[in-house]
Ligand binder design. Structure first.
Ligand code: PAF
Length: 279
């Protein structure tokens, strides 16, 4: 496994690959868990060479505190990447990526950026767009892999790739869960024991909401979920929405031809957890 911190070095390596070599790319912010490893395993199956980036991107954090507290576990990350036979790791510094101008570009993602996470995390998706576009330009992958846990991010990246006519395929991968149903996230490690114990309630409620959606309208399901969380003092519901999978707009009336998803964000003490389910 080769590890590069400089843009020039990783580009040189990629340019030296035999013509026709397919590149699968998994961008990450490190603190790797089994969810990331499952993306890498899928990328390994579908490509000749797999590149993983580890970069805690400052421009996508709306709260300085979150950026400072983001777990940094580079040694463990590198051992994990070796264990799944990752070929190339790119670990740039913020200076390498942004020089001395740590700022986002401004994007339009056809309104996707104003829904859900966009309402609560100012500038987040401009930061994600900026870094992912930059990484795509450096790594020049054929396919890039993203978890469906961040479904809004996935749809936004798909939109960006289409709009900027970037020559790669964006692959969305199933949410990887703990045995008790909690969606894998680097933030789970920061939960207190009692919050970790109650956190599977989020997915349990999503699964029940899916059942309720069979017989109830969206508003009734939203009310039901809100009532469930009112009974749960350790978890604070930030939002629960049922939205169209493509536009991410909250639905008014069910249309059997449309695909819907339920999205949720919850605070477990200070830790913000998100999840979603296809309906
Ligand atoms: O999902 C993430 O970990 C990040 O948003 C990403 C895609 C690596 C960009 O920094």
């Amino acid at each position: 496994m080769l590890v590069f911190a400089k843009i020039k070095s990783v580009q040189q390596k990629i340019k030296s690959l035999k013509k026709g070599t397919t590149i699968g790319f998994v961008p990450t912010m490190g603190a790797l868990h089994k969810g990331h490893l499952s993306l890498i395993e899928q990328a390994k199956k579908e490509n000749d060479v797999v590149v993983v980036s580890i970069f805690v991107n400052p421009t996508q954090f709306d709260k300085k505190e979150d950026l400072i507290n983001y777990p940094k576990t580079i040694d463990t990350d590198l051992s994990l990447l070796k264990s799944v036979f990752c070929d190339i790791v790119f670990t740039p510094t913020a200076e390498e990526i942004y020089s001395n101008n740590i700022q986002s570009q401004s994007f339009s993602f056809d309104g996707l950026e104003h829904q859900m996470e966009g309402k609560f995390r100012d500038g987040h998706f401009n930061g994600v767009g900026t870094i992912v576009k930059r990484l795509f330009e450096i790594v020049t992958p054929h396919k890039s892999y993203f978890g469906e846990k961040d479904f809004q991010q996935l749809q936004i990246i798909r939109t960006m790739v289409k709009k900027h006519q970037m020559p790669l395929k964006v692959i969305g991968c199933d949410i990887y869960r703990e045995d008790d149903g909690l969606a894998m996230s680097s933030r789970n490690a920061r939960l207190t024991k009692e919050h970790r114990k109650i956190a599977p309630f989020i997915y349990k409620t999503l699964k029940q909401a899916k059942i309720e959606f069979g017989t109830k309208n969206a508003l009734e399901v939203v009310n039901w979920v809100e009532q469930e969380f009112d009974k749960q003092p350790l978890l604070e519901l930030e939002y629960f929405e049922i939205a169209d999978e493509d536009t991410l707009l909250t639905i008014e009336n069910k249309n059997p031809k449309q695909k819907y998803r339920a999205f949720i964000a919850v605070f477990a003490d200070k830790i913000r957890l998100i999840d979603n389910i296809s309906l």
